[in-house]
Design a protein around this ligand. Sequence first.
Ligand code: HEC
Ligand code: HEC
Length: 199
Amino acid sequence: MSLTPDIVRGKAVYEGCAVCHMPEGWGTPNGAYPQIAGQHRSVVIKQLADIRANNRDNPSMYPFAIPEEIGGAQSVADVALYIESLEMTTATGKGEGNDLEYGERLFREHCTECHGEQGEGSQAEAYPLIQGQHYNYLLRQLVWIQNGKRRNANRDMMERIGEFGIRDLKALSDYLSRIKPNANKRSPYTWKDRTKKKR
Ligand code: HEC
Ligand code: HEC
C-alpha cells in the first residue's frame, strides 16, 4: 500500500489476468470470473495478498498470482492501480428480478454502513465495491462468507449475515448486480462493441 504504483507496468502485469477477467476487467456474466474493473486499489491488494498467502482459496487463479509469476509487492501495487482505473460494464449477470424491493430493504438495513449507500465501498477502509457485480459471483461469495469457506471474510459482516436464508442472499445479490456505478466509473462500450475501443 505504501509503494508508488506505476500504471504502465500495471497494464503489462494485467496481461496475465486478462485470460480470465477479460481485457476490460469485466469478468464473465455467468459469474465464474468476477468483474474487477473499478475495484478499489486497497481491496485488490488485500485480495491478491490473501490469495497469494492461501488465506482465500482460489486454486484456478493461484498459479497466475504468485510472486514467481508476476513479481513481488511492487507488481501487486502496479496491477491494482491499473485495475482500479478500468471502467466498469453495467451489462452484468443478474438474478430473476422478482425480489428486488426486499433485497434493497435488506441492503439498506445491514450493508450500507460499510459498503456505502450505493455499494460503492471505500478505498480508505478497504471495503469492497459491490455494486454492479455479476449475480452468480455475489451469491457465491455471500454463501462462502456465511459458511466460512471464504476464510478472509470480515467477522462483523459474517455475524450480520449469519442468520440469513437463501432468499435473503439471492435478493441481496440480485439488487446489487443492478446498481449502476457513477458515470465516471462506467464504460461507454457494450460487450459487443468493446473491441472497437483503443487499448
Ligand atoms: C485462471 C483464471 C484467473 C486468472 C488468470 C486470474 N484470476 Fe483473478 N480470479 C479468478 C476467479 C475464479 C476469481 C473468483 C474466485 C471466487 O469465486 O472466490 C478471481 C478473483 C479475483 C479477485 C477478487 C475479486 C473480488 O471482488 O474480491 C481479484 C482482485 C483478482 N482475481 C485479481 C486478479 C489479478 C490481478 C490477476 C492477474 C495477476 C488474476 N486475478 C488472474 C480467476 C483468475
Ligand atoms: C462491518 C462492515 C461490513 C458489513 C456490515 C458488511 N460487509 Fe460485506 N464486506 C466487508 C469487508 C471488509 C469485506 C472484504 C473482506 C475480505 O477481505 O475478504 C466484505 C466483503 C463482501 C463481499 C465480497 C466482495 C467481493 O468482491 O468478493 C460481498 C459480496 C459483501 N461483502 C456483501 C455484503 C452485504 C450484502 C452486506 C449486508 C448484508 C455486507 N456485505 C455487510 C465489510 C462489511
